[in-house]
Write a protein that binds this ligand. Structure first.
Ligand code: PGA
Length: 250
């Protein structure tokens, strides 16, 4: 049985004060929740505050990205070693906003995936199709291409100890959620695609759904056989909503 994981992606939101309030609320509410893995991914500048408050709790912390390089002259970047040193257990890699707004190619994302894994941090590897791609009926091809870039770089066991997040781009921040059936179909495809390389890893990998998941739709989505939790944007910015999604994963 795969334990569900609910991860909050806070994106570029919050002040020091509001983020401290949010993590305090999440930590307090998460105490009574067992049987679900919980993580939050604040902006890099807030990692120190958030990891300090979450220390010793059942709320893990992750970054929203990591540099392809480990150190040196890369102005503005943050290395996975720094992220790990800050107490992070996860790093989101290849979020569609990074891919589309900052031009991250499949190859760059695969390189980031490799450095995160090598550092012993769990990558939350994001994939998903745009509306245009869904309408052109190439959702599976796009997901396979994004996954195959990692297999090409890392071999058959690439996804051991990692998390995959299927996030249809058209559902992110739009209020349009994939139906549970639509999401399940892609999740099953992703698992089968990984199983072609290693069936055990496919069986054990948490595959999260992301894209306008909220307390109202979380239970139906997470009730699907291959949906093992969620990557939550908007609804993770209020402790009560986020905790309600975590609860739905139980
Ligand atoms: P959303 O974002 O929940 O606001 O749609 C999800 C994500 O981008 O990870």
């Amino acid at each position: 049985m795969r334990t569900p994981l609910v991860a909050g992606n806070w994106k570029m939101n919050g002040s020091r004060a509001s983020v401290k309030e949010l993590i305090n609320g999440v930590v307090a509410g998460a105490k009574s929740l067992s049987g679900v893995d919980i993580a939050v991914c604040p902006s890099t500048i807030h990692l120190a505050d958030v990891t300090a408050i979450a220390a010793g709790s059942n709320v893990a912390v992750g970054s929203q990205d990591a540099c392809t390089e480990l150190k040196g002259a890369f102005t503005g970047e943050t290395s996975i070693e720094m992220i790990k040193d800050m107490g992070c257990q996860y790093a989101i890699i290849g979020h569609s906003e990074r891919r589309t707004l900052y031009g991250e190619s499949d190859d760059i994302v695969a390189k980031k995936f490799a450095v995160v894994k090598a550092a012993g941090v769990t990558p939350i590897f994001c994939i998903g199709e745009t509306l245009e791609e869904r309408e052109a009926n190439i959702t599976e091809d796009v997901c396979a291409r994004q996954i195959d870039a990692v297999f090409a770089a890392q071999g058959d066991d690439a996804f051991a100890g990692s998390v995959i997040a299927y996030e249809p781009v058209w559902a992110i921040g739009t209020g349009k959620t994939a139906s549970p059936e639509q999401a399940q179909a892609v999740h099953a495809f992703i698992r089968q695609h990984i199983a072609k390389h290693n069936a055990d890893i496919a069986e054990n990998t948490q595959i999260l759904y992301g894209g306008s998941m909220n307390p109202a739709n979380a239970k139906d989505l997470m009730g699907q056989a291959d949906i093992d939790g969620g990557l939550i944007g908007g609804a993770s910015l209020k402790a009560d909503d986020f905790l309600a999604v975590c609860q739905a994963g139980l």
